[in-house]
Design a protein around this ligand. Sequence first.
Ligand code: URA
Length: 211
Amino acid sequence: MHSSVTVIDHPLVQHKLTVLRDRDTSTAKFRDVLRELSTLLAYEVTRDLPLTTRSVDTPLAHMAEAPTLEGKKLCFVSILRAGNGLLEGMLELIPTARVGHVGLYRDHKTLQPVEYYYKMPAAIDERRIVVVDPMLATGHSAAAAVSRIKEDGARDIRFLCLVASPEGVATFQETHPDVPVYTAVVDEGLNEKAYIVPGLGDAGDRMYGTK
Ligand code: URA
């Protein structure tokens, strides 16, 4: 079994993604557009949140059964550092969500991801978790981050990115066949330095103006 991959092909998402891909887009504009994009992505990743009903009095009538969120607790988990670029817009849409952070680096000798930061809200086993990272490149950090939160009991998990590579999607799906992937696009592939091509460069560097 493979997890599903949902490509969010809404015209606004695709337009804004092209702005981010443009090498001439400034750091300030990159951050702004990424925040806007993340709101649109959050809208799609929460499409199947369970609804219940409650009664409400409109200015005109009583409504016995008006839809309202069932109250499944949400938690966004950012893979540092680029994941943070998606958080702000998602929290604008869902301000009650909790936030966790996972920091991983790749050990040059073993090539394995090593955890340097980990902080989660309580009861992640009861929450719907959306793990976020703009780029799903090799898929190793995303897979490691999801394995780590599963160790803590997380079960209801989605992975959300902006640009994925076919290699990253395959690795992630093999490791976590139960975790659906949401992305705005699956690009051509990885180059020799594991950057996504055509991609948008290093998301963290573009976002924070570092190199
Ligand atoms: N991380 C990035 O930020 N960009 C890539 O292309 C690959 C990994």
